[in-house]
Design a protein around this ligand. Structure first.
Ligand SMILES: C[S@@+](CC[C@H](N)C(=O)[O-])C[C@H]1O[C@@H](n2cnc3c(N)ncnc32)[C@H](O)[C@@H]1O
Length: 302
């Protein structure tokens, strides 16, 4: 009896110690979720797996990998002001959609007026901007090919076969609006390089509209028990919010709208380029697990 009691006490003491340890780890803001930092070959393996997910076709496309959101979907998901900004573009302006999938949003934008197309408020009648859709995999449809051919004059272009970072600035030119709906910003393994490229492609005064799911929210209203997809840390391993990191960017004005009541805590992000001289604090990849979207962890690289 005595030995049963003392072993029960032993368990209680061990459990109490463990609980205290967990509280200390959380209080210090240290990560307990990731088993350990991944080695280069494991990271490469996951990044290759991610590439394979992009290439899946037909019945193999995972249910959560949506590639055909229309312009009304973009208007619902992107930050306030996106529709008005798009509607203000004139015929010499340019719009780039990074991670366009099948390019449905741009097809809606260019839908003939008679179609009674959705999201009319984003695509006012009259002059339209030149639109460039970018996707790693080619998801063009017959509808895309026909519309692009009928518009002619390069008004609707589709780029595929490589990632944003693989294009030179000369190849792409400059844009007044860049959008990204569950595209490169959600999927990249190099967040800071991605952001740097986006800023380099914007005209001064131009705007980037995006969202990022499964992140620590700027307004701190995250629900308990949430599983995060993209986690950032500062140089000493303390959690950093995606918006606090972005707001350290030189030459850009960043606005965030936190959505704590969405399926995943999501930050809607609008970035306005205010100077030709921009610089994004470097984040290095620490962890990457392929998925749709992937799980990622980055750490500020001093
Ligand atoms: C889930 S789909 C989203 C498609 C579309 N935006 C929509 O909402 O229907 C992801 C898209 O992002 C693209 N993508 C991911 N990372 C990218 C990158 N670094 N550069 C360019 N495209 C990227 C994929 O090729 C794909 O077209």
């Amino acid at each position: 009896m005595h030995s049963v009691t003392s072993s029960a006490q032993g368990w209680r003491t061990a459990a109490a110690r463990l609980a205290v340890l967990i509280i200390i780890v959380q209080a210090l803001g240290l990560r307990a979720g990731w088993p350990q930092e991944l080695t280069e070959p494991r990271l490469d393996e996951e990044i290759t797996k991610q590439g394979e997910i992009f290439q899946r076709r037909g019945a193999d496309v995972p249910r959560g990998y949506i590639t055909n959101r229309g312009l009304s979907g973009y208007a619902e998901l992107l930050p306030t002001g996106f529709c008005d900004a798009l509607g203000r573009l004139g015929s010499s302006d340019r719009w780039l959609d990074i991670g366009a999938g099948a390019g449905e949003a741009m097809l809606d934008y260019y839908a003939p007026e008679a179609d009674g197309a959705p999201a009319r408020q984003c695509a006012r009648p009259g002059a339209k901007a030149r639109a460039v859709a970018m996707s790693i995999e080619d998801r063009r449809t017959d509808k895309w090919r026909q519309r692009a051919a009928s518009l002619g004059d390069d008004r609707l272009r589709y780029l595929f076969g490589k990632r944003l970072r693989d294009y030179s600035r000369e190849e792409l030119g400059k844009f007044q609006i860049i959008t990204d709906v569950f595209g490169g910003f959600t999927y990249t393994d190099d967040l800071s390089r991605f952001m740097e490229k986006v800023l380099s492609l914007l005209e001064v005064g131009g705007e980037f509209y995006t969202l990022v799911p499964g992140v620590h929210l700027e307004d701190g209203k995250d629900k308990l028990g949430v599983l995060y997809l993209t986690e950032l840390e500062n140089a000493i391993g303390r959690p950093e919010k995606v918006c606090s990191w972005l707001k350290k960017t030189a030459g850009a004005q960043v606005t965030c709208e936190s959505k704590s009541d969405w399926k995943r805590p999501t930050e809607l992000i609008k970035i306005r380029k205010v100077s030709s001289d921009t610089s994004v604090p470097r984040m290095k990849l620490v962890e990457f697990k392929a998925g749709y979207p992937p799980d990622r962890r980055f750490q500020l690289d001093e």
